[in-house]
Design a protein around this ligand. Structure first.
Ligand code: GDP
Length: 451
């Protein structure tokens, strides 16, 4: 996500050594670099122009704290400007006073609407809502089926025109406007507090599709119309966003596929050219690959300052409360930390989603991009396999793991003996750390023990 832009910008700042105020020459050089970096990231030209003009103006001005060195001064200015261009404040969903809240999705075919519908439903459900999904994409073969599959994955019911459409190639016929209206009525009757209406897209913007979206909008009077845009579409993002803004007057934007090698231009342009807030980000094909979009946190990620808040929130959401309590009790009772605990913790971490994605949210200094590229998700699988190849007794008393036991474990888990040794060594360190913390009476905010 924004990798190349991020690398370019941070490299620019590193060049700014020295002390005191920024010189005019430094400002000019830096602004030129930022301009190039943004253009290469496919940010629309008017947006780039305004961005660098602001950065320059502020860098020349007196507003910057004198306690910062030149590099820090520029980082601060660019950070503030990024937050600004990404929309400033976090924009939450507006919920209807009289439920159900109606959320309509719009966007080109392949933008990621149907996937997003499932993710959004899952997210809202986790916040205690009772969403209903409505399948109005009757154009794309399989769209209804795909929504039903996503609904099932996240445990949210789907209202569809022909329940039971299951043939792979069968496309559903019917009137999408009527389906949308009926879907909302169904939600009201069954007391769902939120309805998410998935609509049809085309490969390019066309009048008929836009009319259909506008008709659905008029029929169900949504509280929110979310425009889903593929972050990878580059420069054409601006035109597409403008067309949808005029066609359906959306209320918020969802950036999808931010996990890809996206250059990020769409993200940085779309808010500026439409004036509509970015509300969510979609970051993968899994139903959990979804985030509420926070402009300040995203800016911080782009500038490689990490996004620890999102990391903690995801941890809190996926952490198994029983397991956390069990660990806390063990800790309080000063019981030994065993390899079983180590494994249990690793599984908790695993539940938070991709390790790589989590590491990417750590501040730049904690983990380099290179380390991140080299991180192998399968490493966790191997660790798990090693622990599982041990007997319960061995897991509780790793001291007994002599050479022949280690060789047996390596064979059993299909790894080299050196990997078993490494794991036991790491575990020993984790165990020591837990002991120290227990002695100090402190409970770690988040159980450690990752690889
Ligand atoms: P729709 O036509 O707008 O409903 O788009 P879909 O939801 O069917 O998505 C199109 C394709 O993009 C599918 O193959 C999805 O699995 C994929 N996709 C959707 N969102 C994401 C995302 O955030 N990241 C990645 N990598 N793929 C995505």
């Amino acid at each position: 996500m924004f990798n190349s832009l991020s690398d370019r910008l941070t490299a620019t700042f590193k060049n700014l050594g020295g002390k005191g105020r920024l010189t005019e020459a430094q400002i000019d050089g830096t602004v030129r670099e930022i301009r190039r970096a943004l253009l290469d990231a496919d940010v629309a030209l008017p947006v780039v122009r305004e961005f660098v003009a602001h950065v320059k103006e502020r860098a020349l001005g007196e507003e910057v704290s004198k306690s910062l060195n030149p590099g820090q001064q520029v980082v601060k200015i660019v950070n503030d400007q990024l937050v600004d261009i990404l929309g400033g404040e976090t924009r939450r969903l507006h919920l209807a006073k009289n439920p159900p809240t109606v959320i309509m999705l719009a966007g080109l075919q392949g933008a990621g609407k149907t996937t997003l519908a499932g993710k959004l439903a899952r997210h809202l459900k986790s916040e205690g809502h009772t969403p209903l999904l409505v399948a109005c994409d009757l154009q794309r073969p399989n769209a209804v089926k795909q929504l039903q599959v996503n609904g099932e994955r996240v445990g949210v019911p789907v209202y569809a025109p022909h329940p039971g459409v299951s043939s792979e190639s069968e496309s559903v016929t019917g009137d999408p406007v009527a389906v949308a209206r009926d879907g909302v009525a169904e939600a009201r009757a069954k007391l769902h507090d939120i309805v998410i209406v998935d609509t049809a897209g085309r490969l390019g913007v066309d009048a008929e599709m836009m009319q259909q979206a506008a008709d659905i909008r008029a029929a169900v009077e949504p509280d929110e119309v979310l425009f889903v845009i593929d972050s990878m579409i580059g420069q054409s993002a601006v035109e597409t966003a403008q067309a949808f803004n005029e066609g359906v007057d959306f209320t918020g934007v969802v950036l999808s596929k931010l996990d890809g090698d996206a250059r990020g231009g769409a993200a940085l342009s779309v808010r500026h050219v439409t004036g509509k807030p970015i509300m969510f980000a979609s970051t993968g094909e899994g139903m959990g690959d979804f985030e509420v979009f926070h402009p300040d946190r995203m800016a911080s990620r782009i500038l490689d300052m990490g996004d620890v808040l999102t990391l903690i929130e995801q941890a809190q959401k996926s952490w198994d409360q029983d397991e956390a309590q069990r660990m806390a009790k063990k800790f309080a009772d000063r019981e030994d930390f065993t390899l079983d605990d180590f494994l249990a913790q690793m599984q908790q971490v695993r539940k938070m989603g991709s390790m790589k994605k989590m590491l990417a949210m750590m501040p730049g200094s904690a983990i380099s991009r290179q380390q991140l590229e080299q991180f192998d998700e399968r490493q966790i699988d191997r660790i798990e396999a090693i622990v599982r190849s041990m007997t319960p007794h061995e897991r509780n008393a790793p001291k007994i793991l002599n050479g022949s036991r280690r060789a047996r474990i390596a064979r059993g888990s299909g790894v080299q003996v050196s990997e078993v040794n490494q794991l036991i060594e790491r575990f020993g360190e984790a165990q020591k750390m837990m002991k120290r913390m227990a002695a100090g009476g402190g409970m770690p905010g988040m159980p450690g023990g990752g690889p």
